[in-house]
Write a protein that binds this ligand. Structure first.
Ligand code: FES
Ligand code: MG
Length: 591
């Protein structure tokens, strides 16, 4: 079902068209001629398509978008549009301190201002590394000009000594091997480098591949875009087709608000479960939804996605990597399974101009080892558990990555197969954790839960990916590879740890995690989705009264502004005031 071509006056003509704006046109126009554009082009009523460029030398995960933009421009030109490429504030997950998450909203703000304030009729959003995707989509949602995503795609598969070495995951695994004395630092670095063999983003189902898959599920990219490995020829061909389609979107006035509906978000949540998506996805998807005016709550991840099985055998939940996922059919093959099982809204409209059903009806997988059938999945239930209790209102747990060994140790009591009690070891952030985890005085044993606090959006600005803490080296050497963890920070989407994370409200926002003491007993009940410290309400109240008031030490102007405006992880870590600016493209009084 394609939307109708309306042949409306284009937004950009409020800048370029002499009759619309005779006084100002010369000023708006002349500087764009100085590198060779002609008045004929700019005043011809052709769609002006922005290319929001997230690639640069500071963002290696997206750097090949600099080259891909050439093919996007070819596509835009061939379809009758005029491309304008511009930079997005750099967002590199692994290089930005204190966190890349802090800058998600900064890049968002910058992009909103560009999309709003320049003569753009539509935009191609180049996405990849974790925060680039939500920053771009949230901005397009706010402004609501026609937008389409070009994912950058994962790196090629990494291999070390003949075995697959997946992004991020290899680091967590090698930390354990290093701690157990199985490898030295040089081998550690060689193994980690082997996981990054080419341009592209993480090749595991971390936050990057998860979020780009969810873009496809939301209907905001062409079918099959997310999984194409970055260096493949198909990636550049996809760039060309995306450019072409961007021009058509403008003619059809197919805006983000027409695509990103409640149905589309439910589809995204269902796909998230089926791919065992990163635990960062609920945060980002909530942010996008709030800015496009659709109600999505963290609870939806359990109600809508809780009983969806994991279909993709891709790390960290499974064994394969990005190239295997692509060859097996990628997101369309996963969506085909879900659609055939009646779990998707098939009539949701997408930027292809067609519905989800039309896009995925024939997209069968070619490899059942990588993409399972709905009837014979990798894991029966892939959704996030959304937890609450006397320490917090909301937290999520990615149950699909809980290992057998952990289940045996913690979840095998015949009376309470879904619950355990553990002694809390509390850390005041990642620096404290690294300084003390191997201190024998902590007496960490296999009946402990590692807790980290002051690591949420306010406490460690942006929210640090630190909840997937490793056990002390002495315990790892004894074969205990994972302890349960709890924290108000986030964790890498590539982590395979049994963590309760994204705790909201965080300790720094007055959450009860702040009153916890090392030695307290914590009761975790996966069936009831509850986490409770086993002390009385009176004791909790007394400890709260005794707490000194909290002050923040901002290191940059942006950190101060961020902390003044930021919400919690369970509501998307949005700048709360910003969510009221919706559908603003035409508020300047232009067409
Ligand atoms: Fe950039 Fe994983 S660090 S995609
Ligand atoms: Mg990450």
């Amino acid at each position: 079902m394609a939307t109708k071509d309306t042949k409306r006056a284009l937004r950009s003509q409020a800048w370029w068209d002499n009759s619309a704006n005779p006084d100002m046109t010369a000023l708006y126009l002349e500087r764009f001629l100085n590198y060779g554009l002609t008045r004929g082009e700019l005043q011809s009523g052709r769609p002006i398509i922005g290319i929001a460029q997230t690639g640069n030398d500071l963002v290696p995960c997206n750097r090949h978008h600099v080259a891909l933009a050439g093919r996007v421009k070819d596509g835009i030109r061939d379809a009758g549009g005029i491309p304008f490429e511009f930079p997005v504030h750099p967002l590199q997950e692994t290089g930005k301190r204190p966190t890349a998450a802090l800058d998600r909203n900064l890049a968002y703000l910058g992009l909103v201002e560009v999309l709003y304030g320049y003569p753009l009729d539509g935009v191609v959003l180049t996405t990849g590394c974790d925060k680039t995707t939500p920053a771009c989509l949230t901005a397009a949602a706010t402004v609501n000009i026609p937008a389409i995503v070009l994912s950058g795609g994962p790196m090629l598969n990494g291999y070390y000594a003949g075995k697959r070495a997946g992004s991020g995951l290899v680091i967590w695994q090698c930390w354990r091997m290093l701690a157990a004395g199985e490898i030295g630092y040089d081998e550690f670095m060689d193994r980690v480098a082997a996981s990054a063999p080419s341009v592209g983003h993480c090749n595991t189902m971390g936050t990057a591949l998860s979020m780009n898959a969810l873009v496809e599920a939301l209907g905001m990219s062409l079918t099959g875009c997310a999984a194409i490995p970055a260096p493949y020829r198909e990636r550049a061909q996809m760039a060309y087709e995306t450019g072409r389609r961007a021009v058509a979107l403008v003619h059809e006035d197919l805006t983000p608000r027409k695509v990103m509906t409640r149905q589309a978000f439910e589809n995204a949540i269902v796909v998230a479960s089926a791919i065992a998506a990163s635990s960062n996805c609920p945060v980002h998807i909530t942010s996008i939804a709030r800015h496009v005016g659709v109600e999505v709550s963290t609870q939806d991840w359990q109600t809508v996605g809780g009983d969806i099985p994991v279909l993709t055998n891709v790390a960290p939940a499974g064994e394969f990597l990005g190239e295997d996922f692509y060859r097996a059919g990628g997101v369309p093959a996963v969506m085909h399974e879900l659609f055939a099982a009646g779990r998707l809204h098939g009539d949701a409209l997408t930027v292809t101009g067609r519905t989800v059903a039309e896009n995925v009806r024939t997209t069968l997988t070619s490899d059942r080892a990588v993409i399972r059938s709905y009837q014979a999945p990798l894991v029966e239930r892939g959704g996030f558990l959304v937890m609450s209790g006397n320490l917090f209102d909301s937290a999520v747990m990615k149950t699909s990555v809980i290992g057998e060994d952990f289940r045996k140790r913690y979840l095998s009591s015949p009376d309470h197969p879904d619950a355990f009690v553990a002694r809390a070891i509390v850390f005041e952030g990642p620096e404290d954790y690294h300084a003390r985890i191997d201190d024998p005085r902590l007496q960490v044993d296999e009946r402990c839960i590692l807790v980290i606090r002051y690591t949420g959006p306010l406490g460690y600005p942006g929210g640090a990916e630190v909840v997937n803490m490793q056990p002390p080296a002495a315990l790892i050497a004894k074969g205990i590879e994972a302890l349960p963890t709890l924290g108000d920070g986030r964790q890498s989407g590539t982590a395979d740890a049994p963590s309760i994370l994204n705790v909201s409200p965080e300790a720094a926002a007055g959450g009860n995690l702040a009153i916890l003491k090392t030695g307290d007993l914590i009761h975790v009940d996966l069936k009831k989705a509850r986490v409770d410290v086993l002390i009385s309400d009176e004791e909790i109240a007394a400890r709260r009264r005794a707490m000194p008031p909290l002050t923040f030490k901002n290191q940059t102007p942006w950190q101060e502004l961020y902390r003044d405006t930021i919400g919690q992880l369970d509501t998307g870590a949005c700048m709360e005031f910003a969510t009221k600016y919706q559908d603003i493209a035409h508020t300047m009084g232009i067409p």
